[in-house]
Design a protein around this ligand. Structure first.
Ligand code: SF4
Length: 686
């Protein structure tokens, strides 16, 4: 009996904890935390602890499937590839789109965007981080020059004041939550504003509940209080930023006075004042946020507003400061870094600029898609729903829009409008069930590669076991398809390391990285432009990454969520996740140890609201919005703000996304998954 220990990286959240997979007789039988790993320091959350349990699930996809007479049946790789290539060759480039994945490796995302641009010549390429991370990329890029978390995870523990907005960090990113707890032990003040009294909120020195989608009003109110009291970082503002006067003119308006902001947010005025004072007067202060900030129609405004507060208080470019923007998925940052985006090549090179087009053409040795911005993932669904003549074929790798996207009735209608859908995944997901061809892929434990965590740290995945049946790694599938599309030279790679070497050549942020350098567990944070560069754990220490080196304040007015409560739909529905499940549940729900803890959806309702509606705890209720309805079990609690309800997003059978609103941030195209109007009905007994 041979036992092998294979060090690798967790496949779930953006924290990027190190794991050791225990392999016996070709199977992953257990795992343990990587003891001296720089991210998790020998600890794992429950999801990471049981991340081996789904690997050998009986229902893993093992052979390619093809649709015949309306049914998916097994086929050979040759037949699947021939069919795909024939179909792709029958469409015009702009009639096709590809969707890469925030859950697979950098190498695979790089190849998928190369496949779209070089093999299909389509500009329509995006990845699943469109549902979350894009607000951060757009907002922080505009403010600081790089659209990414400014500091590193360990650095949060050095802060003297931690403000948490839109993040239940201790449940969603537990090993980052640990850094918040360490900061608290070191004497930091912890402030949490959230509609729910979450596990994270319970650790706060100051907690108040706020209404979802009121963050810009809150931040403007805090900034007004800081400026009124003269607590702003005058020297930092003077030397390192621009746009302060306009910001000041906006935030000093009477509508951002404490009492008015209290009325908008639901947070007592004295708590807003205390938060502002603690944040401005602490020797260092940082802000931690996640999807509660990004998943709004004003997601980019929210992110820019966070950047405003941090610059106003001089908390950028220093230890214990920073905008800690937490990625929800293991490789959301990497998928975007790799150019699986409609507007950027890898390393955020603008696709419309001639020097960048020439650089990519020269590197790849072929013509590429026209230099224009393609459709984002959310636009793809909208185009298919509204005008399907513009898009005919979609190739999805490792994403499940039939659970993850808002307004699922519309998503289903959109996908049914496709002439040709390919889904490449490890399970027959709700989206894969609609496909014309399904390609079986390898999971994280069955392939080599790299992924980039939320703090821009690039880390290795290492192959521990073979994929089941005939399944193959995503990178191998894309290479084989690329060659069959006639691009032998562009898609001949013998290993993920070969692909990474090309990434380093064309992506300045990764230019100094190699597999040899990434072998060390300390790994490297981008930017790392040259082979002797140590990487950059803290950004913007001397100057910002904008061309003139200055940080940019943006003056922002508060805009309420696109859909606010009214007589017909009187409550606000917000969404999120729990510690036991992850995203669409396709992996965690196949992990028995996790599934038994949280096997079904629920809706949290404030005790007073429940009483008014005559609803008891554990009763099944009917939740209805303008887009759909689901039956779900009520969890009556005092731990949620009045007039607000919460549902988790992991459960296809009571899918909260049947209810959510498809309205998008106009720049980042991120949907407003965190706020819509809902009605809760008591189900009458027969
Ligand atoms: Fe995995 Fe995130 Fe948990 Fe770490 S915190 S073990 S990366 S799910």
């Amino acid at each position: 009996m041979e036992i092998k220990i294979v060090p690798t990286t967790c496949p779930y959240c953006g924290t990027g904890c190190g794991l050791n997979l225990v392999v016996r007789d070709g199977k992953v039988v257990s795992l343990a935390a990587w003891q001296r790993h720089p991210v998790n320091d020998g600890k794992l959350c429950p999801k990471g602890r049981y991340a081996h349990e789904f690997i050998h699930s009986e229902d893993r996809l093992k052979k390619p499937l093809i649709k015949r007479d309306g049914k998916l049946v097994e086929t050979t790789w040759e037949e699947a590839y021939d069919h795909i290539v024939k179909k792709f060759k029958s469409y015009k480039p702009e009639e096709m789109a590809c969707l890469a994945s925030a859950q697979v490796t950098n190498e695979e995302n790089y190849l998928m965007q190369k496949f779209a641009r070089a093999a299909l010549k389509t500009p329509n390429i995006d990845n699943g981080a469109r549902l979350s991370q894009s607000s951060t990329i757009v907002g922080l890029e505009a403010a600081f020059g790089y659209g990414a978390m400014t500091n590193n995870i360990g650095d949060i523990a050095e802060s003297k004041c931690v403000l948490v907005l839109g993040s239940n960090t201790l449940e969603q990113h537990p090993l980052i939550g640990r850094s918040i707890l360490r900061a608290k032990l070191n004497g930091a003040k912890v402030i949490v504003f959230d509609p729910r009294y979450t596990t994270t909120a319970r650790q706060a020195d100051l907690y108040a509940s706020l209404y979802s989608g009121t963050d810009v009003a809150l931040l403007n109110g805090m900034m007004q209080h800081i400026i009124k009291n003269g607590w702003e970082a005058k020297e930092f503002i003077e030397k390192r930023t621009k746009g302060f006067d306009k910001l000041k003119a906006t935030v000093m308006k009477p509508e951002y006075g404490l009492d008015n902001v209290s009325g908008i947010t639901g947070i007592p005025a004295k708590d807003i004042a205390t938060a502002a004072e603690w944040f401005a007067k602490s020797p260092s202060a940082c802000l931690v946020y996640s999807l509660g900030i990004t998943q709004h129609a004003t997601g980019v405004d929210n992110v820019k507003s966070v950047a405003n507060l941090l610059m106003l208080t001089g908390n950028i470019g220093k230890v214990g400061g920073g905008v800690n923007a937490l990625c929800d998925q293991n490789n959301a940052q990497g998928a975007c870094d790799m150019g699986a985006l409609p507007n950027f090549y890898s390393g955020y090179l603008d696709v419309t600029l001639e020097p960048n087009i020439t650089k990519i053409k020269d590197a790849w040795g072929c013509d590429i898609a026209v230099g224009k911005v393609g459709y984002s993932a959310t636009e793809i669904i909208n185009v298919l729903a509204d005008d399907p003549s513009r898009l005919k074929a979609l190739y999805i790798m490792g994403e499940n829009p039939m659970v993850s996207n808002p307004d699922l009735t519309r998503v289903e209608h959109a996908l049914k409008n496709l002439e040709f859908l390919i889904v490449q995944d490890i399970f027959l997901t709700e989206t894969a069930q609609m496909a014309d061809v399904v390609l079986p892929a390898a999971c994280y434990a069955e392939k080599d590669g790299t992924q980039t965590n939320t703090e821009r740290r690039v880390q290795r995945l290492r192959k521990a076991v073979e994929p089941p049946g005939e399944a193959k790694a995503d990178w191998q599938i894309i290479c084989e398809l690329g060659k069959k599309m006639g691009q032998e030279k562009q898609f001949t790679f013998n290993s993920p390391e070969d692909i990474f070497n090309e990434i380093a050549k064309v992506t300045p942020l990764y230019g100094g990285m190699s597999y040899a350098r990434l072998e060390k567990p300390e790994s490297l944070h981008w930017p790392c432009p040259t082979p002797d560069h140590p990487g950059t754990p803290i950004l913007h220490t001397e100057k910002f990454a904008n061309t003139d080196g200055l940080g940019v304040f943006t003056s922002l007015e508060f805009k309420p969520p696109a859909e606010v409560p009214d007589a017909e739909f009187p409550l606000i529905l917000t969404t999120g996740r729990c510690i036991w499940q992850w995203n669409d549940g396709s992996m965690t729900r196949r992990s028995p140890s996790l599934e038994k803890e949280a096997p079904a959806a629920w809706i949290e309702i404030n005790s007073d609201d429940a009483k008014a509606l005559g609803i008891r705890n554990s009763e099944v209720v009917h939740a209805v919005t303008r887009r759909g309805a689901v039956n779900v079990t009520a969890k009556v609690t005092s731990g949620i703000k009045r007039n607000e309800v919460f549902m988790p997003s992991h459960y296809a059978e009571s899918a909260v996304n049947k209810l959510t609103n498809n309205v998008l941030d106009p720049v980042a195209m991120v949907p407003e998954l965190k706020a819509c109007a809902v009605r809760i009905e008591k189900i009458k007994e027969a």
